[in-house]
Design a protein around this ligand. Structure first.
Ligand SMILES: C[S@@+](CC[C@H](N)C(=O)[O-])C[C@H]1O[C@@H](n2cnc3c(N)ncnc32)[C@H](O)[C@@H]1O
Length: 271
């Protein structure tokens, strides 16, 4: 098996495991990007929209509220179940972002909210979005900004580097923060044939009820970071946990935490 296939399968198995906890962890944050992403992709009443890597269906749900004609696609059957349960009026199908089972030129807009950074072959997914869009159709995606601006990732990764190990034998995948760089987004989209590329930052803030919620999210709500944390020794994990709680001190707000989690939002048009 190629290393990219191993990474793809590792992500798929990881999302099956994370599907039940995602909505109570990272989902409380990713949902905040749905409106700006739909605006950037020009989604309104009647827009034929494909929501790729739809997860629990937040973006598709927000699009349906705008009276768009939306389909969601995700390669985790348990995420698809979750999305259907939340939004029974919307069509969600199982499928792979890197090989979409849709004809060419049939959508007015394609979006991907926090999917690209989980893909083995992001270029393949961008090429597939281009293929299924009609000429003039719009594409939009979000990813996390770098760890100095998406503070929660910075805190957890620093603690893991300091008190544990980041080399725990996970399958190799593309760099997690590759598309945090606006120039990389622009160049990749233009290479795929897109035009009118615009990249901007969304200054999201994650309001957590307690400092423990970040550690819990990192431990169970995702794939790469969760797997890396779960591979630590119990002693290292305990030290990482303590360091995360300490580093969150400056972000205390009332009884909880207000954590800056900046997002990169890229949008472009099919020629
Ligand atoms: C971080 S979650 C984002 C979910 C949702 N878009 C949101 O706004 O919260 C990433 C999602 O991408 C899906 N995913 C990852 N790789 C995929 C692929 N190759 N094809 C389809 N879905 C994929 C996962 O199953 C998961 O539901």
């Amino acid at each position: 098996m190629s290393s990219w296939n191993a990474f793809h399968d590792f992500e798929q198995a990881g999302w099956q495991r994370a599907a039940s906890s995602y909505s109570n962890t990272f989902g409380t944050l990713t949902v905040l990007a749905a409106g700006p992403l739909l605006d950037a992709a020009g989604v309104g009443a009647g827009t034929r929209l494909l929501d790729v890597a739809s997860g629990p269906g937040y973006v598709a749900g927000a699009a349906a509220a705008r009276r768009a004609a939306v389909v969601g696609v995700d390669f985790s059957s348990l995420m698809v179940d979750e999305a259907r349960r939340r939004y029974p009026q919307i069509e969600f199908v199982e499928g792979d972002a890197e090989a979409l089972a849709f004809d060419a030129d049939q959508f007015d807009a394609v979006v991907m909210n926090f999917g690209l950074l989980h893909l083995a072959r992001p270029e393949a997914a961008i090429a597939e979005a281009y293929r299924v869009l009609r000429p003039g159709g719009r594409y939009g995606f979000t990813v996390w900004a770098g760890p100095d601006e998406a503070i929660g990732f910075g805190v957890v990764l620093r603690a893991m580097e300091t008190y544990g190990s980041t080399n725990v034998g996970l399958p190799d995948g593309p760099p997690f923060f590759r598309f945090s760089d606006a120039d990389e987004c622009r160049a990749t989209l233009e290479r795929a044939g897109f035009t009118n590329v615009a990249v901007r930052k969304l200054p999201l803030v994650w309001r957590l009820r307690s400092s423990d919620e970040l550690f819990e999210a990192a431990l169970h709500g995702g794939v790469r970071t969760s797997a890396a944390l779960q591979a630590q020794t119990p002693q290292a994990l305990e030290a990482i946990h303590r360091a995360v709680l300490t580093e969150l001190g400056p972000y205390a707000e009332g009884d909880g935490v207000a954590l800056p989690m900046a997002v990169v939002l890229a949008a472009a048009e099919k020629r």
